[in-house]
Design a protein around this ligand. Structure first.
Ligand SMILES: Nc1nc2c(ncn2[C@@H]2O[C@H](COP(=O)(O)OP(=O)(O)OP(=O)(O)O)[C@@H](O)[C@H]2O)c(=O)[nH]1
Length: 889
């Protein structure tokens, strides 16, 4: 599109000047025309009166002449002719002031001045006198002589001269204005000439300036064109180089001076040259700038150019500005390759601004995290928070980025589907060189598989392939750790080496494969019998190592050894259907007695194991001989108790509970005893701890509850009434759970009234369970049974707890009663416990009352009831019934 140029102020003023000059010229021409017309008029106005005057004088002279000729007798003259001439002379003189004469279309009617009118009047006067003189001469020539006529004529001439001078004076006046007018016109013409000359001069000066500016501008443009970094050509439509500009011309393969005049066909292969000419013609045809990209083979290799081809319409030429875009194309290519690489990489990439807002993510980000680009952009990386790291972890990342601009490490992220996975992440702060940071770029890899692999490798390094048990290396570490922990907590660690007996025979007889299967079976069996917190490993060959932590005493290790031995009692069923039996010999060593390093303890256990082998296998041995003996005794007791449980060798004894004020037997405390079985006598104080440690206590507890309720029901059914039967719950029994359920079941089954059953729990047992005890007691209480706290005073009851416990009774431990009333401390304590119970609204019963003095003391202090030898020791049910229930039927 061609734009109309706006008019410059210079053009506008030039035009105004031209118009003004034209108007002035027209005015001057009009003035000239007017002046010339006036000149005509003036000349005519001046000539006509003079002419009339001259006619008048001429007619007067004629009249005079005809008079003389008539007098002289000339027949050609006559009086009428004289008269006619006189009249004509008079008429002509009058016409000077009165007559209007027409000259063509112009009417000459000069203004008549009074001076003229006066002069003409005088002239007519003289003419009249002359006419009279002439007529008088004609009548009487003697009277009036020719001289008279001559004199008259002279008067007439003088009057005529006066008229003439007036006329000339008039004319002079008129000529003065006309001359002024002519001078004015002359001045105007001169001024106009000067203005025109001035304008012409100014125009020529301007033209010169414009030319200079043009030259200057062209020089600038040329300098600019030469200095520009691009290459520019002016080409005609045939592809001929008209001019070459620009610094970039050095990039042209040919010296540009040489190029001018040549055509593109001289330098480029025909197809390419034709393309160039095509572009030139396209630009010319379309009349607009055409863009065109092309490449040239130059000395340094192929280079790319981007051309803008602009038509110069009027000349049928184009300006071809060509820029070397090789670097840009390479940069673009690099960017494209980077983008492709970024999109193609398996690493997740996330770019955030400095506030942590995600601005861009790649494809791998989406595949690793499950979040699409749209979902991620604008959010913060908090999107991926797994909850596995505490705030200080993230603070650490930020402080590393802010101080060093870089962080690298493992981070757990959450996928969109909620899965949590470990990622190895590097975060770098990035920005243009020399500028502050603008973005953070986080690159991360999902290392779940690597972790799994590492775990697998670590598993392989630490675990045995066949049995999947920790291997020797791992077990040594594990033992070291256990020793360190035991050292801190002052507890014992048991080390047990389990070596299969005659395993070689299995291999030899049945083959290695079956041996392997058996080994795996043994590992599985031993693992099943592990206690919580113990660790089993394969130490090598057919040897297993067991680390027992938090060991209370040596006996506990023996119990475990027995469990392991008996775990192998059952045959192993092989895949092939064979049943195999295998036994093991076990060596035990203890930390800290036998050593305080893993190596030492294992060596000791090994020695003990060889001892067990030597003693006939399928047994265990401590590293220290006497420990083995004690353990054996303990094991013997355990098996005796086991048998007693299995064969119902336990029985219940009942000790009466007596009201202190009335002496009435209120009921009995049921106490378990072991029936004589041929072995040494053994009381509850000895067997209850063993039962507790071996876990048999729960079984015994269940039996006791059932037996007491059964007996109570039987007595009630037989018509013996009593207030209550109490039974004991061991703290271990409570810990193992199931008491409430069992009791509920027993009460329901036996039909024994819950309100007649009292459950005693030791104070220390309750305290061990802390706040859980409260829940337990309420559950128990919910059954409707009574609750009492046994051995009160021996623990460290918190009063606040005591207030909360839903108990009915406190039982004062026998230890406080024995020395009453002699021991003042005991007296004081017992008195306080009784007062405390009263204050809390609880019943109070004293155990172990053996003397009357004790009974009296307790009665005085307000104790409710007692039990003890003063009334009766615990007795068999039948005896109790006989002695204390009979009278109650
Ligand atoms: N199948 C199988 N056998 C193994 C493996 N590791 C060790 N053994 C074999 O286990 C046997 C261990 O023998 P020993 O413990 O020395 O002797 P033993 O026959 O068990 O007899 P005692 O230990 O003295 O009761 C050797 O025959 C070893 O070859 C294993 O991974 N697979």
């Amino acid at each position: 599109m061609k734009d109309a140029l706006p008019r410059s102020p210079f053009q506008v003023s030039s035009m105004l000047t031209l118009v003004a000059i034209t108007l002035v010229a027209i005015a001057v021409l009009l003035l000239v025309a007017w002046s010339s017309a006036r000149w005509d008029t003036l000349l005519r106005d001046s000539a006509v009166p003079l002419d009339r005057l001259s006619q008048s004088r001429s007619f007067a002279l004629q009249a005079e002449l005809f008079t003389e000729r008539l007098l002289a007798g000339d027949p050609g003259s006559s009086p009428s002719l004289v008269q006619a001439n006189l009249q004509r002379a008079s008429h002509a003189a009058r016409a000077i002031v009165n007559d209007t004469t027409r000259l063509g279309r112009l009417e000459i009617a000069g203004p008549v001045s009074p001076e003229l009118r006066l002069a003409v009047g005088e002239y007519l006067q003289v003419l009249d006198d002359m006419g009279r003189h002439i007529r008088a001469r004609l009548v009487d020539p003697a009277q009036t002589s020719a001289l008279d006529l001559r004199v008259m004529h002279a008067s007439l001439r003088a009057a005529g001269v006066r008229v003439e001078s007036v006329l000339l004076a008039d004319m002079n006046g008129r000529y003065a204005f006309q001359r002024d007018l002519d001078r004015l016109i002359g001045l105007l013409l001169t001024a106009m000439m000067l203005v025109v000359i001035g304008l012409r001069y100014r125009a020529s000066v301007r033209q010169r300036h414009a030319l200079l500016r043009l030259v200057d501008s062209e020089a600038r443009l040329r300098a600019f064109a030469y200095a520009m970094p691009d290459t520019a050509f002016i080409l005609d439509r045939e592809g001929r180089y008209i001019e070459v500009f620009g610094m970039g011309r050095s990039l042209t393969p040919y010296g540009h001076e040489r190029m001018v005049g040549a055509t593109v066909f001289d330098y480029f292969p025909r197809p390419q040259a034709e393309n160039f000419v095509g572009v030139v013609r396209d630009a010319l045809t379309r009349g607009e700038v055409v863009r065109y990209e092309y490449s040239l083979r130059l000395a340094g290799g192929t280079r790319w150019f981007e051309a803008r081809v602009a038509p110069v319409d009027s000349m049928q030429r184009v300006v071809w500005v060509s820029r070397d875009v090789t670097e840009r194309r390479r940069a673009e290519e690099r960017i494209r390759l980077h983008a492709v690489a970024l999109e193609g990489t398996r690493d997740g990439v996330m770019v955030t601004d400095l506030h942590g807002r995600i601005q861009s993510v790649n494809r791998a980000f989406t595949s690793i995290t499950g979040y699409s680009e749209e979902e991620a952009i604008g959010k913060t990386p908090g999107l991926l928070k797994s909850g596995r790291h505490d705030p200080s972890f993230y603070r650490g990342i930020w402080s590393a980025l802010l101080s060093g601009g870089y962080w690298q490490g493992e981070i757990w992220n959450r996928r969109r589907n909620g899965e949590v996975a470990p990622h190895w992440m590097s975060i770098s702060a990035v920005g243009e060189q020399g500028h502050p940071y603008e973005h953070y770029v986080a690159v991360f890899t999902d290392i779940s598989q690597l972790r799994q692999f590492e775990e697998r490798v670590s598993h392989l390094a630490n675990y045995d392939l066949l049995t999947d048990l920790p291997n020797r290396l791992r077990m040594s570490d594990c033992l070291e750790t256990a020793i360190a922990a035991a050292r801190r907590s002052h507890t014992q660690v048991g080390v047990m080496l389990v070596d299969l007996d005659r395993f070689k025979n299995v291999n030899d007889a049945l083959g290695h494969a079956l041996g392997d299967e058996l080994l795996a079976g043994v590992a599985e069996r031993l693992r099943k019998h592990l206690r919580h917190g113990d660790t089993l490993g394969r130490y090598g060959g057919d040897e297993f190592l067991l680390v027992l932590e938090q060991l209370r005493d040596a006996g506990e290790a023996a119990a475990v050894a027995r469990t392991m031995n008996s775990a192998l009692d059952q045959p192993f069923l092989m895949r092939g259907g064979q049943e195999l039996y295998i036994k093991a010999s076990i060596g035990i060593s203890l930390y800290p007695e036998d050593g305080d390093t893993a190596a030492e303890l294992i060596k000791d256990a090994d020695a003990a194991m060889y001892e067990a082998k030597r003693l006939g296998r399928n047994t265990f041995r401590y590293y220290q001989e006497d420990l083995t003996r004690t353990a054996n005794e303990r094991l013997a007791l355990e098996s005796r108790l086991r048998r007693a449980l299995d064969e119902s060798m336990f029985e219940m004894y009942y000790q009466p509970l007596v009201a202190l004020n009335s002496g009435e037997v209120l009921g009995a405390e049921a106490l378990v005893r072991l029936r004589p079985d041929g072995g040494p006598r053994i009381g509850p104080a000895d067997f209850i701890p063993v039962l507790e440690e071996s876990g048999m206590i729960a079984e015994l507890g269940r039996w006791v509850q059932r037996e007491v309720c059964r007996q109570g029901r039987a007595w009630l059914d037989a018509g013996y009434d009593f207030q209550l039967l109490t039974l004991n719950l061991s703290a271990e029994e409570v810990r193992r759970g199931g008491v409430v359920d069992n009791l509920r079941e027993v009460l329901a089954e036996t039909g024994f009234p819950a309100e007649k059953l009292e459950v005693e729990i030791t104070e220390s047992g309750l305290m061990q369970r802390g706040s859980e005890a409260l829940d337990f007691l309420y559950e128990l209480k919910g059954l409707g049974v009574r609750l009492s706290i046994d051995d009160f005073g021996t623990g460290y009851s918190s009063l606040s707890y005591l207030k909360l416990f839903p108990v009915n009774k406190l039982k004062i431990d026998r230890g406080f009663i024995t020395d009453i009333p002699e021991d003042q401390n005991d007296v004081q304590l017992t008195t306080t416990i009784i007062a405390l119970a009263r204050n809390l609204g609880l019943d109070v019963l004293a155990e172990g009352v053996e003397t009357e003095a004790q009974r009296t003391f307790l009665a005085e202090k307000g104790c409710d009831a007692y039990q003890g030898y003063l009334c009766s020791p615990p007795v068999e049910a039948a005896v109790f019934q006989e002695r204390f229930l009979h009278g109650r039927r």
